[in-house]
Design a protein. Structure first.
Length: 129
């Protein structure tokens, strides 16, 4: 009888652990993270959307002499130092001329950062000195 109670108590504790330890874990984040592995550079925007689904955030703009489109997919619960995410857990996909040019924080920064003194006046993400 005591074994039954102990097994029941452990089962209840184990069932509640994912809520306690990972309060912001969502299956869609894991799914998006895994689907990133199926992407290849050079894919079209429609091919990427066919694999990943619609992006959580979509932006576009002219940076460094080129026009870029950015898709952001929520893949983590927060940004980690050395990770590929920006803006609280979103992984950016960088498109130029309708083709996937890069994935992750490094590709995003290479696209949007400009040489000193070349910042656009209407850029909401420009550096503050």
């Amino acid at each position: 009888m005591t074994w039954l109670r102990m097994i029941l108590a452990l089962g209840i504790l184990a069932a509640g652990c994912d809520t306690v330890l990972y309060p912001r874990f969502e299956k869609s984040m894991w799914s998006s993270y895994m689907q990133l592995q199926d992407l290849q550079l050079g894919m079209s925007m429609s091919e990427v959307e066919g694999i990943m689904g619609p992006p959580g955030i979509k932006e576009e703009g002219d940076y460094r002499g080129g026009h870029y489109v950015f898709y952001f997919y929520l893949t983590h619960s927060m940004d980690y130092e050395g990770g590929n995410t920006v803006r609280n857990g979103y992984t950016p996909l960088v498109f130029q001329h309708g083709r996937l040019e890069g994935i992750g924080r490094r590709a995003y920064r290479l696209a949007v950062e400009r040489p000193e003194g070349a910042e656009a006046p209407d850029d909401p993400w420009r550096r503050v000195r």
